[in-house]
Design a protein around this ligand. Structure first.
Ligand code: CA2
Length: 149
């Protein structure tokens, strides 16, 4: 039987992970995050499509492409979570569950990071658990997909 597809989307500057600010984001690179996701997907018997972009429009287009293709979306919108109504609108328009991930605990940081537009479209939010948050998000998404039958 075909494995359900979970699309894992990453927003701006996440390609810089591991290169700067290890006190906030740890030492893992984006390649390491992808490996965490690949291993979790193998364990959970789901397929993943892992992507990163610095462009808001590209991120919106990738979300739109999930419609009818993906069984679930895990997204670290990075700074666009705090700013982008366009991204929120795109996430509202797809008909699959969304889980938002942030590596850092955005609520322990500057006030402008405390609000995320994306959270309004998400069935769950994971933040502050480091890159392991992606594995937890994939586990939760696999459970949701199975429950939906
Ligand atoms: O904690 C997270 O995962 C964030 O989504 C990361 C974003 C930040 O804007 C959000 O508030 C929280 C930043 C992406 C990574 O930015 C870096 C910049 C320089 C060096 C390393 C990472």
């Amino acid at each position: 039987m075909k494995r359900p597809l979970i699309v894992v989307l990453n927003g701006p500057n996440l390609n810089m992970l591991g290169l700067r600010q290890p006190d906030i984001y740890g030492h893992a690179t984006l390649d390491d995050v992808e490996q965490v996701c690949i291993q979790a997907a193998e364990r959970l018997d789901v397929a993943i499509d892992f992507r990163q972009t610095n462009g808001e429009g590209e991120l919106v287009s990738w979300v739109q492409e999930c419609r009818g293709r993906a069984s679930g979306v895990v997204i670290n919108p990075a700074a666009y979570g705090h700013t982008s109504i366009a991204l929120l609108d795109a996430l509202h328009a797809i008909e699959c569950p969304v889980i938002e991930v942030h590596i850092s605990n955005i609520h322990r940081r500057e006030a402008f990071r405390h609000h995320s537009y994306v959270s309004q479209a998400a069935c769950g939010v994971i933040c502050g658990l480091g890159v392991r948050g992606y594995a937890h998000a994939l586990q939760a998404m696999a459970d949701i997909i199975e429950d939906e039958g």
